[in-house]
Write a protein that binds this ligand. Structure first.
Ligand code: KIV
Length: 276
């Protein structure tokens, strides 16, 4: 296997080979994702929900992102690591936005950053690209705009918003993003966008016609105890298995069956005898 690059992802789109991306927030999970041959690990600001227990991604800070990116990067041998620009990190001046993106590359070790937003972010995205930082776009349902969007809803269902989505995708593509995440948009609209742009599209709740797919790792592993969006498929349901393991541990510690002799260490009798 070779380290995945933006050029490899573009080649995959051209050859119509599907691209895979999963979120990852810590070393152990990222190592398993990498070993499974997933193309990209997204250190998503969804870590605010999944790792930190916030109800939205809005409280996530640059320091949170750098911290988790470092852990994922240590595990990612082949997968490309993309780190999310959190709320307010690209809503500031262009020099400050470049500094923030640069932290995820220089301190975090990511290969690219992801930025939510369409045409309104193009100037900032161009400046970050000029700083030699690859950028992944993200349009459709952009969770950092939850208060403006009025909730976590499917986007682009009427003529005006569907047209806007296509215009946003084209503007990002022309600006030079290496791929675009399409979140919660109708499948046929995602198909149109995918045909209109030269860079790969990565869908989440955007149907089968995107060039690739992304899911939140805890959702697809069935480790999320809260709300599960309709577009998630649980490839395994770990939550009941994990809870059962914790219960067995509690029972076995209480009844003395754990730890057994096989989990302990020995000491020679003569050493023990000399203790008294
Ligand atoms: O933060 C995240 O996990 C994301 C994905 C939903 C694409 O942005």
């Amino acid at each position: 296997m070779t380290k995945i690059t933006t050029a490899i992802l573009k080649e995959k789109k051209n050859k119509q080979e599907k691209i895979t991306m999963l979120t990852g927030y810590d070393y152990s999970m990222a190592a398993m994702i990498d070993q499974a041959g997933i193309d990209m690990i997204l250190v998503g600001d969804s870590l605010g929900n999944v790792m930190l227990g916030y109800s939205t991604t809005l409280p996530v800070t640059m320091d949170d992102m750098v911290h988790h990116t470092k852990a994922v990067v240590r595990a990612a041998v082949n997968s490309m690591v993309v780190a999310d620009m959190p709320f307010l990190s690209v809503h500031v001046s262009i020099p400050d936005s470049i500094q923030n993106a640069g932290r995820l590359i220089q301190e975090g070790g990511a290969q690219a950053v992801k930025i939510e937003g369409g045409m309104e972010r193009v100037d900032t995205i161009k400046a970050i690209l000029d700083a030699q930082i690859p950028v992944q776009g993200h349009i459709g349902l952009t969770p950092q705009s939850v208060n403006q969007l009025g909730g976590f809803k499917v986007q682009g269902k009427d003529l005006e918003t569907a047209r806007k989505l296509i215009q946003d995708a084209k503007a990002l593509d022309e600006a030079g993003v290496f791929s675009i995440v399409l979140e919660c948009v109708p499948s046929e609209l995602a198909r149109r966008v995918t045909a209109e742009v030269s860079c790969p599209t990565i869908g989440i709740g955007a149907g089968p016609y995107c060039d690739g797919q992304v899911l939140v790792v805890n959702d697809m592993l069935g480790m999320n105890t809260g709300h599960i969006p309709k577009f998630v498929k649980k490839f395994v349901n770990l939550q009941p298995l994990i809870t059962e393991a914790f219960k067995q541990y509690k029972t076995q510690v209480a009844d003395g069956t754990f730890p057994g002799p096989e989990h302990g260490f020995t000491i020679k009798d003569d050493v023990l005898e000399k203790l008294y």
